[in-house]
Ligand binder design. Structure first.
Ligand SMILES: *Cc1c(COP(=O)(O)O)cnc(C)c1O
Length: 398
């Protein structure tokens, strides 16, 4: 396919053909029996992906930002204290959202490429009473991955709700909502969950629902108010027709297909695939002398990589060359560093072949721009890293 492009940005991603076909099917009524079944199945499958048998899923038309907004609008009231733990652009966005609902926010910002110190978080929770804290699992602007579990445990210890922005992690990184005790985990459809943009998705814990029920004031956003959506989610789950706002029928049909693909692969296998490919890809880039924004492998995302352009390389020229080759990557997102780094998304149905295509195009583009790398250097490191893993696997399984 000559005109084919490889979309390797951190969302939207490459979607499975079956998922895309669903988008083009005849649109049914939102109360047709088939659609009610589809919606109900999506709710049940979300509990599996989030690992939250006790949680309340919510599916509405919107983007990841709406899911962030919905958690804030429903759980936070004016003058509530909220601690925002930020590892980049989307952490700051959560502060803006919380401020909009009148919360008293404190933001702890990690230096670029690092995470916020656990002791500092504990100290703050000990000193002040917080209603909620927010954290970003993978901040898409920096490629930094936070370990949510210890922070969620601290939130529980100090009786504070935890809200995890999982837009760039759900269905790509390890998630255990109930075990970790996280009150809301939210995402958008176009990232690792593998459905075109347009769905805001979240799962809320029993405790989150109780806190919402015990609000003193009404929810400040009409569209986000769970009073409007909870009856709809319950109705679909019980396979009854209902209506508040017309659901994006085709997107939800596509969601069911994607969730079934994820279920079939199994979350454990899927997370391992993301981890192994991400590691090998970083090895490939490191062999080409790229430096990464995250300061260590331990806190590097498995869903995307953020890397600095090598010295003397014109970033926009490099991305333009790759684009000519049919490989679409993303530029920087942090305003202060925008021009000095770029991002490669590798989540969802990403395969080793996709990453080989990216590496080989990168090598050629760098060479054409006069940068001294040897053809095959990055590819070799990538292959070696993956082979090492498969040798270990066959030893384990064989
Ligand atoms: C993409 C992203 C968002 C915003 O999602 P939209 O669908 O663009 O509104 C929020 N948080 C993180 C971590 C993201 O990666």
């Amino acid at each position: 396919m000559k005109g084919r492009k490889l979309l390797m940005i951190p969302g939207p991603i490459e979607f499975e053909p079956e998922v895309l076909h669903a988008m083009g099917r005849a649109t049914t009524s939102h109360v047709a029996p088939d659609f009610i079944e589809t919606f109900g199945t999506c709710i049940e499958l979300m509990r599996e992906v989030w690992r939250s048998p006790l949680g309340q899923p919510c599916i509405v038309a919107g983007t990841g930002t709406l899911a962030m907004d919905m958690a804030a609008a429903n759980l936070v009231e004016k003058d509530d204290r909220v601690l925002v733990i930020s590892t980049g652009y989307f952490g700051k966005r959560y502060k803006d959202i919380m401020d909009r609902y009148g919360a008293k926010t404190t933001i702890f910002e990690a230096p670029i490429g690092e995470t916020v110190d656990l002791d500092a978080i504990e100290n703050e929770l000990k000193t002040n009473t917080y209603k909620a804290l927010t954290l970003t699992h993978v901040d898409t602007s920096t490629g930094v991955r936070v370990d949510p579990e210890p922070i969620a445990k601290l939130a529980q210890k100090y009786n504070c709700l935890s809200i995890l922005d999982g837009v760039c992690s759900v269905a790509g990184e390890e998630i255990n909502q109930d075990d970790w005790g996280i009150d809301v985990i939210l995402t958008g459809s176009q990232k690792a969950i593998g459905v075109p943009p347009g769905l805001a998705l979240l799962v809320a814990s029993e405790k989150a629902m109780q806190v919402w029920e015990n609000r003193k004031t009404s929810v400040g956003s009409y569209y986000s108010d769970w009073n409007n959506w909870l009856p709809i989610m319950k109705a679909y789950e019980e396979r009854r027709p209902s209506y508040f706002g017309t659901p994006p029928v085709n997107l939800i049909v596509a969601l069911e297909i994607s969730l079934k693909i994820i279920q079939k692969e199994g979350m454990e296998t899927r997370v391992r695939r993301h981890r192994e490919l991400a590691r090998a890809f970083r090895a490939g880039l490191a062999a080409l002398k790229f430096d990464f924004l995250p300061k260590s492998n331990e806190i590097s995302a498995n869903t995307l990589t953020a890397a600095y352009y090598p010295e003397g390389v014109d970033g926009s020229a490099l991305l333009a060359k790759l684009s000519k080759d049919g490989v679409i990557l993303a530029g920087g997102l942090l305003p202060e560093l925008k021009k000095s780094y770029f991002r490669i998304g590798h989540m969802g149905s990403v395969s080793s072949n996709d990453l080989i295509a990216v590496l080989s195009s990168l090598e050629r583009s760098l060479i054409e721009l006069g940068h001294p790398v040897k053809p095959g250097e990055g590819l070799q490191a990538f292959q070696k890293d993956l082979l090492k893993l498969s040798v270990t696997h066959s030893k384990i399984t064989g």
